[in-house]
Design a protein around this ligand. Structure first.
Ligand code: PAF
Length: 299
């Protein structure tokens, strides 16, 4: 296991098929599942670890983003990473940066208006990682459904070589989608947050039973969230996987996504629907059997 600081050093250290797992650190089992997927399909697995200031719309969120390099390096190595690329800001953004990447239309809905500049920051840093490391495959979590769609589109539109793979959500034992931000939830906020996954999983059951109406799928989520008075909802939307366009009907590969605040913590979650009009399968992700490593201990 090697820690690298520059793109050049990272490229020199790779051999064969290179799998890239971009992260902002403070790893949980969701990240580890990306590393494991990369391990399966690559000769060299590179995990990048960079808390990208460009994608934070609130300075307070950036300032409190949890960091622990030593912990992350140990976890990444145990999950099968060969290299942790942990650049300083100067390597990622040397001098004045005049170039930004925007993926139009796909950024217009859902997270886009709620987090101004976020996807520009994500697309720009991912473009730099792909250009600087030149992976054969890169791995992104389905939890950030819109981000995954945007990265896929950017790679296709800008003709980056290499494939983008989406990996299912990993959930805590009670259903909450894993996020480094979950550590900020109080007991009451966590209980309220669980209504998000409960609602989405109920909508997943409905869709698999043949429900196609977006309004009724969304209503299934709202009913659950309505039982938690302290949740502040931003959106529940059914959108196409390809263009992130809101849908009235589930008639193509799509995802039903929610964003909400529980106390001071913003949470997102979704269920993907794969298939076609003949039948959709809900990707509910997987669930941990034990407590997440986010909370210390062995899990
Ligand atoms: O999903 C994340 O952790 C980040 O958005 C990413 C892809 C590492 C870019 O900074």
């Amino acid at each position: 296991m090697r820690i690298t600081k520059t793109f050049a050093e990272t490229r020199t250290a790779t051999a064969g098929r290179v799998g890239l797992v971009p992260t902002m650190g403070f790893l949980h089992e969701g990240h580890l599942s990306l590393i494991e997927a990369a391990r399966d399909g690559s000769d060299t697995v590179v995990m990048s670890l960079f808390v990208n200031p460009l994608q934070f719309d609130r300075d307070s969120d950036l300032a409190k983003y949890p960091k622990d390099l030593e912990r992350d390096v140990d976890l990444a190595a145990a999950a099968g990473a060969d290299i942790v690329f942990a650049p300083e800001a100067d390597e990622m953004y040397p001098g004045e940066q005049l170039t930004r990447v925007n993926v139009n239309r796909l950024s217009d809905e859902m997270e886009g208006p709620n987090r101004p500049g976020h996807f520009e920051g994500v697309a720009t840093v991912v473009a730099k990682l792909l250009a600087g490391i030149q992976p054969d495959r890169s791995y992104f979590g389905r939890k950030d459904a819109q981000q995954l769609a945007i990265v896929r589109r950017m790679v296709s539109d800008l003709s980056f070589p290499g494939e983008v793979l989406g990996v299912p959500i990993v959930r805590e034992a009670e259903g909450l989608a894993l996020s480094s931000r979950n550590i900020f939830l109080s007991v009451e906020e966590r209980a309220a947050a669980l209504t998000l996954s409960r609602g989405l999983l109920a909508a997943g059951d409905l869709a698999e039973a043949g429900e196609r109406d977006a309004g009724r799928l969304i209503a299934a989520v709202l009913v659950e969230i309505g039982t938690a008075p302290d949740i502040s909802l931003e959106y529940v939307t059914l959108a196409s996987q390809e263009l992130v366009q809101p849908l009235d009907e589930l008639d193509r590969p799509a995802f039903l996504a929610v964003a909400a605040w529980s106390g001071g913590t913003r949470l997102i979650d979704n269920v993907h629907f794969d298939g076609d009009e003949a039948g959709f399968v809900a990707d509910r992700g997987s669930r941990l059997k034990t407590k997440s490593i986010l909370y210390g201990g062995e899990g």
